[in-house]
Design a protein. Structure first.
Length: 276
């Protein structure tokens, strides 16, 4: 039957190891988290935009901004684990239903008919059109892949930057691997000239899950590659799931350091000046 409904899930916590309380950082008069939620709300297609958090403070603030909230455990080690822990509730919200009203057959049906789009809470300038495009990708694909994620063509100067996650694609657009290293490696060629021999793709930090796959996250063993690269999507690949991709123009700024926060604030000022 394919995907009939979609919902955006934004996992967020206050206890960030590199930049504590970053989701509350002021960026042009608005907190980073509110910016993310508001950008997601501009997208066409999702039935709801839901914050998933273990913080009572973030819950109160988000509800005041008009966004529903699902509370999760503080023990969640990743955004995917956080939203997976409330997968049934997210799907029920997409359909305007209650989990308690489902029997086993209805639960299975709703899970395979629903996409959950995971948007990180540290992307204050996320393009809503990318969320809309992901919804359309889910609706048009048959069979529906386990996961869909956006990719973009890398500029030469970012190919060897370990802070930029790369994606190795098959001819049909499937993601074969994700790495912080430049992939593919071009043998017997100086690394500065690799771009002349291969196309390098960057990964936008957004995942769309078929809800039945997301619900099984905790059953997938932790991947050794995931631990080495610190990339949770490698767990899906090692578990044998297909990650499909679609191409977008570029990525948006993710804020994980003080320097990136200052860059975000400068960007907000430029945007305000443009509209003044």
């Amino acid at each position: 039957m394919g995907i009939q409904r979609s919902v955006v899930a934004v996992p967020a916590r206050l206890d960030s190891s590199r930049l504590p309380n970053k989701v509350l950082a002021d960026i042009g008069g608005m907190s980073m988290l509110q910016r993310v939620l508001e950008q997601c709300r501009k997208a066409s297609g999702p039935a709801a935009v839901v914050l998933c958090t273990d913080s009572a403070l973030l819950k109160e603030m988000s509800e005041n901004w008009g966004f529903p909230v699902l509370m999760t455990s503080a023990a969640c080690s990743s955004g995917s684990e956080r939203i997976a822990s409330v997968a049934d509730q997210l799907v029920a919200m997409a359909w305007g239903e209650q989990v308690a009203g489902w029997d086993d057959q209805k639960q299975r049906q709703r899970l395979v008919e629903t996409a959950v789009i995971n948007v990180q809470g540290d992307q204050p300038f996320l393009d809503p059109a990318v969320v809309t495009a992901m919804v359309l990708e889910f609706e048009r694909r048959d069979p529906v892949p386990a996961v869909i994620t956006p990719v973009y063509r890398l500029k030469v100067e970012t190919i060897h930057n370990p802070n930029v996650v790369k994606t190795l694609l098959a001819r049909d657009g499937r993601a074969l691997y994700f790495s912080r290293s430049a992939i593919p490696h071009v043998r017997d060629v100086d690394p500065s000239e690799w771009d002349r021999h291969a196309t390098y793709w960057g990964h936008v930090g957004m995942y769309g899950f078929r809800a039945d796959v997301l619900a099984c996250w905790s059953e997938m063993p932790t991947s050794s590659l995931e631990a080495l690269e610190r990339l949770e999507q490698l767990r899906l690949i090692e578990a044998g799931h297909t990650i499909a991709t679609f191409v977008v123009d570029g990525t948006s700024l993710s804020v994980d350091t003080v320097d990136q926060l200052e860059e975000a604030r400068e960007c907000a000022l430029r945007l305000q000046s443009d509209f003044a």
